[in-house]
Write a protein that binds this ligand. Sequence first.
Ligand SMILES: *[C@@H]1O[C@H](CO)[C@@H](O)[C@H](O)[C@H]1NC(C)=O
Ligand SMILES: *[C@@H]1O[C@H](CO)[C@@H](O)[C@H](O)[C@H]1NC(C)=O
Ligand SMILES: *[C@@H]1O[C@H](CO)[C@@H](O)[C@H](O)[C@H]1NC(C)=O
Ligand SMILES: *[C@@H]1O[C@H](CO)[C@@H](O)[C@H](O)[C@H]1NC(C)=O
Ligand SMILES: *[C@@H]1O[C@H](CO)[C@@H](O)[C@H](O)[C@H]1NC(C)=O
Ligand SMILES: *[C@@H]1O[C@H](CO)[C@@H](O)[C@H](O)[C@H]1NC(C)=O
Ligand SMILES: *[C@@H]1O[C@H](CO)[C@@H](O)[C@H](O)[C@H]1NC(C)=O
Ligand SMILES: *[C@@H]1O[C@H](CO)[C@@H](O)[C@H](O)[C@H]1NC(C)=O
Length: 483
Amino acid sequence: MAPLASLGALLMAASVAVASYSNRPSYIGRDTFAAPYDQSFQEGYSILKHIGGLGPYSNRMSFGIGRDPPDSCAVDQVIMIRRHGERYPQGSDAGKINAALDKLYSSGKTEWKGDLTFLNWWKYYVDSEGLYGLETETGPYNGLLTTYKHGAEYRVRYGHLWDQKHNKTVPMWTSEFERVVQTARKFGEGFFGWNYTNSVSLNVISEGVKMGANSLTPVCTADNSTKTCDNLSHDLPAFRVAADRFNKQNSGLNLNGTDIFYLMFMSAFELNVRGYSDWIDAFTLDEWKWFGYTQDLQFYYCAGPGDPFYKAVGSVYANASLTLLNQGPKKAGPIFFNFAHDTNITPILAALGIASPSEDLPLDKIPFPSTYEIGNIMPMGGHLTLERLSCNATVATEKGTYVRVVLNEAVVPFTSCQDGPGFSCSLSDYTEMLNKMLPDFTSECKIKSSLPQHLSFWWDYNKTSEYNHQTAEYIPYQGHHFV
Ligand SMILES: *[C@@H]1O[C@H](CO)[C@@H](O)[C@H](O)[C@H]1NC(C)=O
Ligand SMILES: *[C@@H]1O[C@H](CO)[C@@H](O)[C@H](O)[C@H]1NC(C)=O
Ligand SMILES: *[C@@H]1O[C@H](CO)[C@@H](O)[C@H](O)[C@H]1NC(C)=O
Ligand SMILES: *[C@@H]1O[C@H](CO)[C@@H](O)[C@H](O)[C@H]1NC(C)=O
Ligand SMILES: *[C@@H]1O[C@H](CO)[C@@H](O)[C@H](O)[C@H]1NC(C)=O
Ligand SMILES: *[C@@H]1O[C@H](CO)[C@@H](O)[C@H](O)[C@H]1NC(C)=O
Ligand SMILES: *[C@@H]1O[C@H](CO)[C@@H](O)[C@H](O)[C@H]1NC(C)=O
Ligand SMILES: *[C@@H]1O[C@H](CO)[C@@H](O)[C@H](O)[C@H]1NC(C)=O
């Protein structure tokens, strides 16, 4: 017998002597030397955190607050807005990707070397033009699968809120872009299972500017703060280093920093399709870190707290959901599942002050630590979940109604309001906080008085199931320009 095994046997014999079978210590029968708590925590690097919102979903790195409701509380209302699942690149990005690939292949090389050796067998992953912009359907991170799975997981978590006995229609809301509608349907099938068709009424909300504030995708037409956003560069020193490396390893190649950016951009999506990409290892950790930062800058200045008008955009949802929380499940309903795009959710976070840095993100260096990392904020499938908690009294907290914000399955407490159970915020303090900090969308964005001034579809929804599935009569919006 090996010494380790005999030590284990010795420990087991010693414990059995003092403990009956039914209450014996839980370590009995385990490998005594398997560390039960992971100690590695090395550089904490994962590619999934450095491709912004372009690649597969991953949970937000949490503050270590338990995801389940605190012992004294139960969730009585859930309000979620979710981005579509993992997808192919958009048609509008295909040109830039193809230009970078053409530049590689037009060099006429027949044998690739160095970091690009894999090009001897690698092939681009978009097999047909029709796939651009759609959710992916292959590989471990495919968008259809992860979206369905998310629905099924939320059924376990929030299924108690679905009142099956009274068989009332459960409304869901989606903006009208094809992949978003498909996401809503897949999530609904995951959550409601066999009952999706009969129990749900999917409400499809136009993405047009004509919707004013009655929208999941409001637009700030008066935004005059786009200067930094319009001038973000993709030609960064870190990318020129990669270009120089590839060019030296493969004579005749003439890549520049912009080409590298689009090759990295392209390979992030390969993960959504294939689950792996040979390109990932062709770049260094630092190069990926910089790539991730280009995405942080993009969201921060183009759809986040770096453009002050986006707080106003996000306040539409923040304010209307505040009304739902105050009305509570009996008056408003218990389940509000909504679906839209990444750039519709980052403004809501800005309005709530979640993940907003105290200073503008610098353009020439990466701040450490950084609160605004898009891989941790809005990956594919990213979602913001508001939980209304009904809590009994504990010795430390009063009986009452509390609110918790959960971003990509991590509980995010408010710095100024966290003394409820499980670092939650009492509904009354949450209400006071939001009433003070939310700007007025219609006046700041100069929404014409002829357009809707409030979000009302959560209260006057349609009860039809005609949009629950794809039909010949209704084809979702596929990206042509409209207002
Ligand atoms: C709160 O207390 C009531 C009455 O004792 C009990 O029925 C309920 O389950 C409690 N709720 C939670 C979340 O513990
Ligand atoms: C859900 O679907 C099952 C199977 O079709 C059915 O037996 C059940 O009555 C349905 N529940 C509701 C609330 O429609
Ligand atoms: C629930 O209602 C829907 C229509 O609203 C109906 O199709 C379905 O059969 C009902 N289910 C039960 C179990 O009554
Ligand atoms: C943007 O518009 C506001 C008025 O809505 C004005 O106060 C501000 O100076 C403008 N900023 C720029 C950069 O034009
Ligand atoms: C845009 O950025 C470049 C450097 O990347 C800078 O030289 C230029 O002044 C900027 N233009 C504006 C309008 O800010
Ligand atoms: C890199 O090359 C492409 C065309 O091959 C060009 O469009 C782009 O502007 C170049 N980028 C830089 C920074 O020169
Ligand atoms: C917030 O929502 C309420 C009701 O939903 C509405 O009466 C109020 O005007 C809204 N406030 C803003 C600033 O939009
Ligand atoms: C409900 O249906 C009517 C008629 O088709 C439509 O005009 C309205 O926009 C729909 N409302 C919602 C919230 O989908």
